[in-house]
Design a protein around this ligand. Structure first.
Ligand SMILES: NC(=O)c1ccc[n+]([C@@H]2O[C@H](COP(=O)([O-])OP(=O)(O)OC[C@H]3O[C@@H](n4cnc5c(N)ncnc54)[C@H](OP(=O)(O)O)[C@@H]3O)[C@@H](O)[C@H]2O)c1
Length: 351
């Protein structure tokens, strides 16, 4: 076998199409993985719809995957043929995950523990990285708050008992933002979501879930009540639309840090130099050089976090028809019809 199936965007903003792709040869530090699950992310429909970010077409999208190592490069020692692994893909065809086989640098793979399925594992990489990297990257070239990580000395004590505010706790990113805030010791952990998701978010460590449909002044008053007036020095906006950024910025105390996931749109009139509020734009990929070292630290620990439940995957919904089911799934995400769930495709089920 020298070819495999892939889901292409044949040219900028063109509809998705299934086609053949080559079976890639791993470099010395890479592995070839047979993919049993890949997850859908908003960035996939945004690239196809708006045509940004990618310049080379035909292109393969997809950045989340779980599968079995098929072939290892000559210098790889941490994984072997037959291992089940989870990893993040990248927007270059040989590293993308909307296909049946892909390559990945071995240092940013983690073995999947027995208690986690391929489908669950694939829900983790991109969105967990989008929380961990902007919080804990120490490379000044990266977009980072440069906080002390929970796996570093003092990282579990430094933020203990400080309030955290997470906008959009039921989004995939938000679910990991809650879990990571818990790991860092923040308390209380306050989030906004539709209240039907309250029990789930509390199971991840949220201490209070505020109805996201309330007007901003009511949400701010509720936060004040919950913290007893303690300053909120850390906010994470997993939605980052204009209104949510304004809300998160207002909730933040002077000197605080807000992490956002889309371009900054905090209204200029809200910004006072004397407030000294920091806004960090997340770039959630472990692939680029400025994020790689923290990426390796994450992947060294991911297997154990999943095994022990420190990180719990999103609820998953498996789409039908393998890679061919992805476009409909992306359409549902685009129409805001997915709540607290990660959509998963199984590339090997492609006809
Ligand atoms: N910068 C980066 O590197 C990076 C990486 C990954 C993702 N992102 C971006 O991060 C955003 C979230 O991605 P995702 O995969 O986590 O999305 P997702 O899981 O598809 O988000 C769906 C969830 O968003 C919630 N939501 C929608 N509008 C909301 C609002 N106004 N307030 C609070 N919650 C709201 C919904 O909550 P309810 O159902 O509870 O109402 C729903 O559960 C996307 O814009 C994505 O493009 C950026």
């Amino acid at each position: 076998m020298s070819t495999q199936k892939a889901l292409y965007v044949p040219e900028k903003q063109a509809p998705f199409k299934i086609g053949d792709a080559p079976l890639y040869e791993p470099g010395p530090k890479e592995v070839l993985v047979k993919l049993f699950a890949t997850a859908l992310n908003p960035v996939d429909w945004k690239i196809q719809t708006y045509g940004y970010f990618i310049t080379n077409y035909p292109t393969i999208l997809g950045t989340d995957a779980a599968g079995v190592v098929e072939k290892v490069g000559s210098e790889v020692t941490n994984v072997a043929k037959g291992d089940k692994v989870v990893f993040q893909g990248w927007f270059e065809n040989k590293y993308a995950t909307f296909q049946q086989y892909t390559l990945v640098p071995a240092e940013i793979t983690a073995k999947i523990p027995e208690n986690i399925s391929f489908d669950q594992a694939a829900s983790v990489p991109l969105t967990l990285a989008t929380v961990l990297i902007p919080n804990f990257n120490h490379n000044p070239e990266g977009n980072t708050a440069n906080f002390t990580a929970p796996w570093e000395e003092g990282g579990k004590e430094k933020y203990a008992g400080k309030p955290a505010f997470i906008v959009g706790g039921s989004s995939s990113v938000g679910q990991y933002a809650i879990q990571v805030a818990k790991l860092s010791g923040y308390s209380p952990i306050i989030t906004t979501a539709s209240l039907r998701n309250e029990a789930l978010l509390k199971s991840f460590g949220a201490t209070a879930v505020i109805d996201r449909s309330l007007p901003a002044p009511e949400i701010l008053a509720e936060i004040q009540k919950i913290t007893g007036g303690k300053p909120v020095e850390y906010a994470y906006d997993a939605i980052s639309l204009a209104d949510t950024q304004a809300l998160a910025y207002d909730a933040l105390a002077p000197g605080g840090t807000l992490i956002i996931v889309l371009d900054e749109s905090v209204p200029a009139e809200k910004k006072k130099a004397s407030d000294d509020k920091r806004v960090v734009h997340a770039f959630g990929s472990v692939h680029p050089p400025e994020n790689r070292a923290v990426g390796v630290e994450i992947y060294k620990r991911l297997s154990e976090w999943l095994r022990t439940g420190v990180i719990v995957p999103n609820h998953v919904e498996v789409l039908p028809n393998g890679l061919a089911g992805i476009p409909d799934g992306l359409q549902r995400m685009k129409e805001d019809k997915v709540s607290a769930t990660k959509l998963i495709a199984r590339p090997q089920e492609t006809a």
